[in-house]
Design a protein around this ligand. Structure first.
Ligand code: SF4
Length: 468
């Protein structure tokens, strides 16, 4: 039975608070290289069609536009208020879909579609509905009840009357950015968002029959305090979303330009951040939410919580999902695909993506082919992130290895974590303890063969956010 209990151990969290990947993929994006292009992607799609039992398909669409910059933002986005840019983007997305859909056998089932951003609802509800329906006509989606069709909505620009339009086009899940309702924090991050607007979108989503509503919060934002964040948690638990993500703010202004506008004097130290995380864990568990893994919580009746309890939760670039291992097709600027044994990514800047589409090319900028060792470690890390454990005999059988021998060096890195009580090591499995559940990425890092920076690396600034 997967471990779901969570123990907050401040001393341990303090000691293990170091930068590391979030492992929405393994290997992680810094390993992608420009030697992987359109020909490699076409070959991967052909290989994936040839599998004896082809994997289902998941689709991700990136909409990069936002009306104004939130200063904490680390997403790939373009700030504009010009709706014509949305229309031009849609025209190219339709061409990308026309180039991509024929690569996949028509009978392959599509089980997941997610619109992310940026701000997907920069586009109108009618534009979003038309795009979703176009994708449903070009890929073979099953009955609505078996598919996740989800969208990230910015409540500041959402209208309650848009929700039935989206539901009519098949959307059955929504995710809302909130971060913090404290007005002082909202001002410090340039994101002023009313409680009423957010509540109205949630009510409209429920009224339109959406199966699941997610809210994103962030701790560690400038000016946050226990009292203000406590009030936010109180409001949010009253709004009762089915799922909650509580992310740690990663201040990496050398990577994300918008963050340079944050007044560094208002940033919290490690102790203050830890106190906010503790508050969130206590309040959410007291309100009946269960821990899913890596910053995510859900009500016990939600599909993610049930999948976690059954032991069949999965994780991909879009986060946790109930759908078994699928091939992921990313559409739009910066979108990432995972087809067969490959990862690939579209250009991260809009003009390069536009130029590729205008030239009639699949817009692949970089990627990689996974070798057998990558596949094994990806499988191991998936087990850890989704179920808090590494099932040793199952991995040995699937990959034809002797675990202790193959991972001798990795286990040597793991032993100190076992001594600190983050994991237990037994012949049948390595399991994260309740104290280790908030440090899953630190456990996974022991098994990441790419983590050490090259000895001659000139830039030693962190590429990843910290664990807490
Ligand atoms: S946080 Fe979201 S809404 Fe704000 S700038 Fe980033 S992508 Fe846009």
């Amino acid at each position: 039975m997967p471990q779901t209990a969570l123990a907050f151990d401040a001393d341990l969290l303090r000691r293990y608070d170091r930068p590391g990947p979030r492992y929405t993929s393994y290997p992680t994006a810094p390993q992608f290289h420009p030697g992987f292009g359109e020909a490699e992607l076409r070959a991967a799609a052909a290989r994936s069609n040839g599998d004896p039992i082809p994997r289902p398909l998941s689709l991700y669409v990136h909409v990069p536009f936002c009306h104004s910059p939130c200063f904490y933002c680390g997403c790939n986005r373009v700030i504009t208020r010009d709706p014509a840019r949305g229309e031009a983007y849609l025209a190219r997305l339709r061409r990308e879909i026309a180039l991509t859909a024929p690569l996949f056998d028509r009978d392959r089932r599509a089980v997941q579609l997610h619109f992310g951003g940026g701000t997907p609802n920069f586009l109108s509800a009618t534009q979003l509905a038309d795009l979703a329906l176009l994708l449903q006509s070009r890929f073979h989606f099953g009955p609505a009840a078996d598919c996740d069709i989800s969208i990230e909505l910015d409540p500041r620009h959402g209208r309650p009357q848009d929700l039935p339009v989206l539901a009519e086009a098949g959307f059955n899940r929504v995710s809302l950015g909130v971060q913090d309702f404290d007005p002082a924090v909202q001002q410090a991050v340039n994101r002023e968002q009313g409680i009423e607007d957010t509540a109205a979108i949630i009510e409209a989503a429920r009224g339109a029959g959406m199966q699941s509503i997610n809210i994103d919060l962030i701790y560690g934002l400038p000016g946050q305090c226990l009292e203000g964040f406590g009030r936010t948690l109180e409001i949010v638990t009253e709004l009762r979303p089915d799922r909650l993500a509580v992310y740690s703010y990663a201040h990496l202004p050398h990577l994300f330009k918008a963050q340079k506008q944050i007044d560094a004097r208002l940033l919290l130290d490690g102790e203050a951040k830890l106190a906010l995380l503790q508050l969130a864990v206590e309040r959410l568990t007291a309100a009946g939410y269960v821990y899913i893994g890596m910053d995510h919580f859900a009500l016990p009746g939600d599909a993610l919580a049930r999948a976690r309890a059954r032991g069949d939760l999965h994780r991909n670039f879009m986060g946790y999902t109930t759908h078994a291992d699928s091939d992921l097709i990313g559409l739009g600027v910066s979108a990432i695909s995972h087809i067969a044994d490959t990862y690939s990514q579209n250009p991260r800047d809009l003009p390069a993506w536009e130029a590729a589409i205008d030239a009639g090319r699949l817009p692949v900028a970089r990627g990689m082919v996974l070798d057998a060792d990558d596949e094994l470690r990806a499988d191991l890390i998936q087990g850890l992130m989704c179920h808090g454990e590494i099932p040793i005999p199952a991995l040995e059988a699937r990959h034809g290895i002797a675990f202790a021998e193959y991972f001798a060096a990795d286990l040597a890195r793991l032993y100190p974590l076992a001594e600190d009580g983050l994991v237990t090591i037994a012949p049948d499995a390595i399991r994260a303890t309740p104290r280790g559940q908030l440090l899953l990425r630190n456990i996974a890092m022991c098994f990441d063969r790419y983590l050490a920076p090259p000895a001659d690396a000139a830039d030693t600034r962190p590429r990843y956010s910290r664990a807490i």
